[in-house]
Design a protein around this ligand. Structure first.
Ligand code: SF4
Length: 210
């Protein structure tokens, strides 16, 4: 365990050099497509249509934008390092996902209290994590698409790093990620006054599974 804590601590220095360099490369790769994608986003926001449909289109856009991180991202299909942590989404997005996967989302009650980050741990897999892989990958929530680690591997996403955070240990090293950008603002605009909750509240783990 001490070895992994030492590796986490050592990662800080490596990231100081890496993150500005890869951020620049991602920005350069994205720049030619940015005006067209941002115009598309504005059209989604301006068009009439259901909020559910808008959320689905914003999900697709965020996947497209984040694809420019490419090889610089630690996140790859099949990695589930962050799938035991809190996964927040709006009621509208939960309804959209539920519709897509054929499993109606729970409607959150007015007295629902969102969980705290530290309520999650090694034994709290996402409802849709099956055999260490996302079973609804094509329909996964906005947050799963938008949260892209710029590290070289999932070391900092592991619970050892969160243990350091909980303990207030200075070796804790935050996961470096891309700026959430205008897509998050657009998502929040569409979500409006929706209740926001963890994926497990909308889709409780149980015999029905994913
Ligand atoms: S929806 Fe899929 S990608 Fe997102 S946390 Fe759950 S298992 Fe992981």
């Amino acid at each position: 365990m001490e070895d992994i804590f030492a590796r986490i601590d050592a990662r800080k220095a490596a990231l100081e050099e890496r993150v500005p360099a890869v951020t620049r490369q991602i920005d350069q790769a994205f720049a030619p497509s940015e005006p067209a994608l941002m115009a598309k986003l504005q059209r989604v926001l301006a068009e009439s249509g259901s909020r559910r449909n808008k959320i689905i289109r914003i999900q697709a856009l965020v996947s497209e934008v984040r694809s420019y991180a490419g090889e610089h991202a630690a996140c790859k299909q099949g990695c589930s390092a962050c799938c035991k942590q809190r996964v927040m989404m709006s009621q509208t997005e939960a309804d959209a996902i539920g519709h897509a996967i054929g499993r109606p989302a729970v409607q959150l009650r007015p007295d629902y209290v969102p969980p705290r980050i530290h309520d999650f741990g090694r034994d709290t897999p996402c409802t849709f994590l099956v055999d260490d892989a996302c079973s609804i990958y094509e329909h996964r929530p906005f947050v799963c698409r938008n949260y892209i680690s710029l590290d070289v591997d999932p070391l900092l996403c592991g619970f050892e790093n969160w243990d350091l955070n909980k303990a207030g240990d200075k070796r804790f090293t935050p996961v470096p990620h891309l700026d959430p950008g205008p897509l998050l603002t657009a998502y929040q605009k569409v979500a409006g006054q929706d209740r926001i909750g963890d994926i497990r509240a909308f889709f409780p783990p149980g015999p029905k599974g994913a």
